[in-house]
Design a protein around this ligand. Sequence first.
Ligand SMILES: [Fe+2]
Length: 418
Amino acid sequence: MALSTAQELRTPFNWPEGGVTRIPYRLYADEEIYALEQQRIFRGPVWNFLGLEIHIPEPGDYRTTTVGEIPVIVVRDENGDIHAMVNRCAHKGALVCLAEKGNAKRLTCIYHSWTYDLQGRLKAVAFRNGVNGAGGMPEDFDPTGLGLERLHVEVFCGMIFGTFAAEMPTVADYLGKTMADFITRNLGRPLTLLGSHSQVIHNNWKLYAENVRDSYHATLLHTFYTTFKVNRLDMDGGITVADDKWHHISYAKRATFRESAEYEKSGVHAVQYKSNLAGPQLIQAWDEFDDGITHSIQTMFPNLAIQFTLNSLAVRFFAPRGVDQTELFWFYLGYESDDEEQTNMRLMQANLTGAAGLVSLEDGCINEFVQRGTRGQADRTGFIEMGGRDIESTDSSRATEAAIRGFWAGYRRIMGFD
Ligand SMILES: [Fe+2]
């Protein structure tokens, strides 16, 4: 029987006093809560990122991914329509597609050769009528109910989303207008895939969901940002949270930099070293938009982020791989309209944040440090009061954890932990 409330867990869960300003460390390490998340969140009323349209441009193209832990196939059929289904044979439950990507006319499970079409319908069962007149399926065998389990699919700004929920608002309505408009700013034209990579980080997936909403840490931990003035809190910027608080945008405007003594006063490690870049082309950039925003991170609940740092446009997708492990995927993007010089600049700037760059390496470390620092202390909590206790948008500061509180507000609601 499905668990229905926090009180029905073997160890009942009560959110401590202080609401979303106090994050119980149990949530990073509890197997039972992790299992409940798979049902409540990933099989629940969310739009899950499944990949990009440009991942599967041709009929028959497919790629495999996961929704939570559930393996999923995303495929473009003969007519160009995109489908998503659970990568689980209706017979014995084996993976049907084994490759990360490919092109196929039919999808065949290697275990017993059950074969599906690109909409996931069961089309052939090996030895259905037996062999030499003996064996085979019963007379009344009906393959129609034995297709691959389907997800509802919607494409928004070149991103493919899927949901198990029977009734969902459109992706744009799920995001709300402000969030949808900013995604359209960044991704709402023909895209090119410049490259991708993935990394395993050794922490609960929600620590990364917090980390990408954490505008407070960005210029403290990431000394490169601060030293080379890519992103600092003494630039104009702010936080915009979605109406329902689940998603957010953090942004900065590099041209407005006015050096604040706070970095020096706070003993921030970045300002103690006077460094120069041997390769200044790393941060050579051009202004792409007339809104002045040169750095942005946007999140979409539960496990997606879109970054636009200088000209480095990337989608980050972080998938749970057990209670204390997460796989982080990076997809670097350009526009079809880019010229060669622009493409080269985007590729160069990809080094700022990717797995080989400083930012992602630091985030991978720090999230693991939290996972390790909180181990064995399920009854203790984090303290999340920077910027106040509310979850409001602000255009005057990013010294705030409002977006993190917003994530937890959404988490509490969807998990039934209110
Ligand atoms: Fe970070």
